[in-house]
Design a protein around this ligand. Structure first.
Ligand code: GRG
Length: 284
């Protein structure tokens, strides 16, 4: 079995242990949180665990950071699906949270997952053992997920859905909406392990290339062959399918080059190579 499945299963179990009501008054909101948060590919959480592992930190220590990232991911998807945003009825192969639990409960489930991300870190044994690392991680996650990161990107993305956008604007949107949380995921792994600054900045560069490739591939997968009905803020609409594929490979190549830097320093990069292969295979 691939490490991807192993890591995903471990994250799923940790999320399931984390998201419990503890008292019957809270059963309803926790049901909605679990409904949306227990699923997905867990790519961000996997990045956190694997970067932490590469720099010498075991999964027990890094798991709260992976859980936090996945709570933010789940919240962002719930809110993104709401009628006031993308108005999507389906998510992760089932009715989206507001369809299953109503709009108000979905909004609150998203809020609760957002705030719980920071509890998961601050209440962890890792934070008790090494508070400086936890504070660094909280600063990183709140920054990248907030108005100068993912939320800011979502605002620009909503604007871009209404009008034609140029390549530069779309690049910025992807950097914020998608790459910001992926950068946070990677850096949280680095911070969980107490990695030195030079390794953190190299890791951040990897996250950027990975995130850009990931988003372009996502836009390619969403494209149904018709440019007229394609969303205005899609990479395929702005650049065309051929260039989209070319650029996806270009960013995969940059990510590989960064991995070889880690390899030269003696780190085991095999899982990260497999992760990039996973992205490429999704595109085929
Ligand atoms: C609503 C604050 C707020 C932010 C929303 C994440 C996001 C920003 C919007 C979701 C829509 C979207 C297509 C975003 C681009 C990033 C992306 C492809 C997210 C989906 O990630 P996957 O495929 O999802 O990793 P799973 O379900 O596997 O976790």
């Amino acid at each position: 079995m691939s490490f991807l499945t192993d890591d995903k299963n471990l994250i799923d179990s940790a999320m399931s242990r984390e998201l419990v009501s503890g008292s019957s008054e809270f059963d309803k909101i926790v049901e909605a949180m679990r409904y949306s948060a227990l699923g997905g590919k867990r790519l961000r959480g996997i990045l956190t665990l694997e970067f932490a592992k590469m720099f010498g930190c075991d999964f027990e220590e890094s798991m709260p950071y992976a859980v936090a990232v996945e709570c933010i991911q789940a919240y962002s998807l719930i809110h993104d699906d709401l009628p006031c945003m993308d108005n999507d009825d389906m998510r992760r192969g089932k009715p989206s949270c507001h369809i299953a639990f109503g709009e108000a409960n979905a909004l609150l489930a998203g809020d609760a997952l957002l705030t719980h991300a920071f509890s998961a870190i601050s209440e962890s044994k890792s934070a008790e053992k090494c508070p400086e690392r936890a504070i660094k991680a909280i600063k990183c996650l709140s920054g990248f997920a907030g108005f100068r990161g993912m939320v800011g990107g979502q605002v620009l993305d909503l604007e871009a859905a209404e009008k034609e956008v140029d390549g530069k604007t779309l690049g910025l949107i992807h950097m914020l909406k998608t790459c910001a949380l992926i950068k946070a995921s990677v850096l949280m792994g680095c911070y969980a392990a107490g990695a030195e600054d030079e390794l953190c900045s190299l890791s951040e560069k990897y996250a950027e290339a990975f995130g850009l490739a990931f988003q372009i591939i996502d836009d390619i997968l969403d494209f149904d062959g018709n440019y007229n009905t394609c969303e205005l803020n899609s990479y395929v609409k702005v650049h065309g399918l051929e260039k989209a594929r070319e650029d996806a490979f270009k960013f995969i190549e940059s990510a590989k080059n960064i991995l070889s830097e880690f390899s030269k320093k003696g780190f085991d990069i095999s899982n990260f190579e497999e992760l990039l292969e996973f992205l490429v295979k999704r595109m085929k």
